[in-house]
Design a protein around this ligand. Structure first.
Ligand code: NAD
Ligand code: DAU
Length: 340
């Protein structure tokens, strides 16, 4: 049995990972350490709650005492670090918590992992560490890091710190850098769920700038299948890009959501651009495909419809979220953005 500390497992990707992997693997014992910030939601883990191979601890990855205690108590030998402040717009409103959680928190985990001699540490990184592309080209694992937002700068620091622990101490670290995820359980501040929910409410759809920025989309389960493969078989000290080669302009995603929900494009509202907005991301995932035999299972056209259906059928999940703290964030971010 592998005793794995999964951090940030109550968030979008982490909860999808736990729910999926407990069904796929019977040799994983998962301890989920999550602070339950605005983005963490235990409801996401309903189907795993009663599994004897799953336990939850509410806590902060920056709390070294707690982290060391958990390593001892659960004889942790494996770590998958999803925990992070993950939203670029929030990092522009205030960067401090991004530095604290993403950089210091990762460092606390790395130090504990070194002390307790873990057999594998997987750092979940992002393609945003590479910066922005022009019209042509793809990010490969050797593309120089050039992060542009406080979020991506903090993720690049964590990613490099993890690799430094491999180079310096020989710690068995692997790093994954994935493109934009979509799917069930994504917090509705991110492009796709935000557009679906605003459309369902006949609310304006705020498109930043000219709407022509490009992101490379991957269904969350495909990301998690790749994480598990790298965790299991990736070569230590290596970085693996993860992507499904599904580039889309933001405006085309918004129009697709409107079309699927039979609503008019009049709901689209172009708003002031995100400061420092990266123009284009696109991933070259040749390495994970050739070396580990991974390839995506889900095609965008089907999985986006499945995702829209999920949000239609799970109104209660997101209605609970879009009240309270999230509502005041929404007002703060979008109230000064209108171009009219
Ligand atoms: P999310 O914001 O939905 O979830 C983050 C989780 O981390 C939440 O449950 C939150 O409570 C927890 N958390 C935050 N600070 C914590 C702390 N100090 N201690 C313990 N727990 C804490 O994020 P997500 O979209 O699921 O992303 C998960 C990881 O994947 C992040 O590291 C992110 O950088 C990376 N990533 C995300 C994407 C994407 O498209 N969403 C793509 C590539 C990589
Ligand atoms: O590329 C991986 C990254 O993808 C992850 O590391 C991040 O955690 C994740 O949040 C995501 O970052 P993005 O900034 O690309 O995602 P977001 O959903 O915030 O925005 C996607 C695009 O849509 C981006 O070009 C900005 C635009 N956008 C976003 C929002 C929220 C809009 O036009 N309007 C909006 O209201």
């Amino acid at each position: 049995m592998k005793s794995i500390l999964v951090t940030g497992g109550a968030g979008f990707i982490g909860s999808n990972f736990i729910n999926h992997i407990l069904k796929e693997r019977d040799d994983y014992n998962i301890v989920n350490l999550d602070k339950l910030t605005y983005a963490g939601n235990l409801e996401n883990l309903k189907e795993s709650e009663s599994n004897p191979r799953y336990s939850f601890v509410r806590g902060d990855i920056t709390n070294a005492e707690l982290v060391h205690y958990l390593f001892q108590k659960h004889s942790i030998k494996y770590v998958i670090n999803f925990a992070a402040e993950s939203h670029v717009d929030r990092s522009i409103l205030g960067s401090e918590i991004f530095f604290r959680t993403n950089v210091i928190g990762t460092n606390v985990l790395l130090e504990a992992a070194r002390r307790y001699e873990v057999e594998r540490f997987l750092q979940v990184s992002t393609d945003e560490v590479y910066g922005s592309l022009g019209e042509e080209g793809l990010f490969s694992e050797t593309t120089p890091l050039s992060p542009n937002s406080p979020y991506s700068a903090s993720k690049a620091s964590a990613d490099m710190m993890a690799l430094a622990f491999y180079h310096t101490y020989g710690m068995p670290v692997v790093v994954t850098r994935c493109s934009n995820n979509y799917g069930p359980l994504q917090f509705p501040e991110k492009l796709i769920p935000l557009m679906i929910i605003n459309t369902l409410y006949d609310k304006k759809l705020p498109v930043y700038g000219d709407g022509l920025n490009v992101r490379d989309w991957i269904y969350v389960i495909d990301h998690n299948r790749a994480i598990d493969l790298v965790f299991d078989k990736g070569r230590i000290g290596q970085v693996y890009n993860i992507g499904a080669s599904q580039e889309m302009k933001n405006i085309d995603i918004v129009k697709l959501v409107l079309k699927n929900l039979n609503k008019s494009e009049e709901l689209i509202e172009y708003v002031k651009d995100r400061p420092g907005h990266d123009r284009r991301y696109a991933i070259d995932s040749t390495k994970i495909r050739t070396e580990l035999g991974w390839k995506p299972k889900y095609c965008f056209e089907e999985a986006i419809v499945k995702t829209i259906e999920w949000y239609k059928e799970n109104r209660k999940w997101w209605e609970r979220i879009i009240t309270g703290e999230y509502q005041s964030y929404y007002e703060r971010l979008y109230s000064n953005r209108s171009l009219q």
